[in-house]
Write a protein that binds this ligand. Structure first.
Ligand code: SF4
Length: 374
């Protein structure tokens, strides 16, 4: 059983949804019971966090949380739901670190505050002295087999690192000199974490992007797979909340946000996600979240369109008939200001077609200017 099947499940060809599937989690547990792999000890540490990621994880249905922690991993320490506290919970951390060298997975939820010697986040006390999150992640990561950042605060700093950032919070990677696998989200979709761990249980790191996010879940933009994409392509834009059209002009960050929310969806049984619930994507899996994404409900004029995909047909439309381009006021605005051209130059790999497209755009621009002169 390869890892892709473990995480993708049975592909639903209608929408390429990549559910985790019971059979596939069974595959993981079978390899565990066959002795080919051991259930890895896991420490789930909470630092500067609202606890949203652990709460979201509790909503996993396939596998259930109970199955996840009893069949797949050996959850030694959980800052939120763990049965111990005080000295006994500190003893668990120390014992795991000592007896499971090179075996345990350290998951950190939350950013790491640096101000006031790290005292904005304290994990516990040792000999009467506070053991800060900064000390804890540095120490616990040394003997960990893998280190995973759960949620955008741990992955990129997130809300705690937003201006004016009084606690001087930073990402986990900023304080560690080793690989951190980032599973961002505010909060995470439970399947992003369970799926990532399905790889790690087998001793493999999933393919990661430049921000160390598993491509399996963060390989496409929200915009790529959005159910309202056809409205964007046809220039049907909502002017206010509640309208059923594309919400790009009222602040949607889907074009610059990488996550599979439109396909995977949320609420346990994959029933909904922000755009479907009539609210723009706020870009919560992005490194620039949150300062780079506010105000949430205003159009961001400088948003890039890295995921823009011009299929042969659409490209034909572009080059064949400028008047039929149908890219509308927004896209035309991007064209005229050069934003789209720059984006395409940066991101669209097929240079030849890019040049043809840029020529078509130029022709359209010249046509407009000539019209204006008449
Ligand atoms: S801009 Fe937002 S609402 Fe519009 S198609 Fe893209 S992701 Fe969907």
């Amino acid at each position: 059983m390869d890892n892709d099947r473990i995480c993708h499940g049975n592909k639903n060809t209608n929408n390429h949804i990549t559910y985790l599937h019971k059979n596939n989690i069974n595959a993981v547990t079978q390899t565990l019971s066959a002795g080919r792999h051991k259930k890895p000890p896991v420490i789930w540490l909470g630092t500067n966090t609202c606890a949203g990621d652990m709460l979201s994880l509790l909503n996993t249905l396939d596998p259930t949380y109970q199955s996840f922690i009893s069949d797949m991993i050996d959850l030694r320490y959980d800052y939120l739901g763990g049965g111990s506290e005080g000295n006994s919970s500190m003893a668990i951390l120390e014992e795991t670190q000592r007896s499971c060298k090179g075996q345990y997975i350290l998951i950190v939820e939350g950013s790491i505050p640096l101000a006031s010697e790290g005292r904005y986040s304290i994990i516990g006390y040792r000999q009467g002295k506070p053991w800060t999150a900064l000390d804890a992640v540095r120490e616990l990561s040394v003997n960990a087999r893998y280190v995973v950042a759960a949620g955008t605060c741990a992955a990129f700093g997130g809300i705690y690192a937003a201006a004016p950032n009084l606690s001087q919070s930073v990402s986990l990677q900023a304080v560690l000199d080793r690989q951190v696998i980032n599973v961002p989200g505010c909060p995470i979709n439970p399947e992003w974490m369970v799926g990532t761990l399905a790889y790690l249980v087998k001793g493999e790191v999933p393919a990661l992007d430049n921000y160390q996010r598993p491509k399996l879940f963060f390989g496409n933009t929200v915009h790529d797979r959005c159910q309202r994409r056809s409205y964007f392509d046809n220039s049907l834009f909502a002017k206010t909340h509640g309208e059923p059209w594309c919400m790009y002009e009222i602040g949607c960050k889907g074009p610059s946000t990488y996550a599979d929310c439109p396909d995977r969806q949320w609420n346990g049984e994959h029933v909904n996600w922000p755009v479907k619930a009539n609210t723009p994507c706020i870009g919560c899996t992005s490194p620039e979240f949150i300062d780079g994404d506010v105000p949430f409900f205003e159009h961001s004029p400088d948003v890039k369109l890295p995921g823009i995909k011009l299929t042969a047909n659409r490209f034909g439309i572009f080059t064949g008939a400028a008047t039929a381009i149908g890219i509308g006021s927004h896209l035309a605005g991007s064209v005229l200001t050069g934003r789209l051209a720059q984006t395409i130059r940066d991101d669209f790999p097929r240079r030849k077609k890019t040049k043809a497209l840029l020529r078509a755009i130029k022709a359209m621009r010249l046509g407009k200017h000539k019209k204006g002169k008449k």
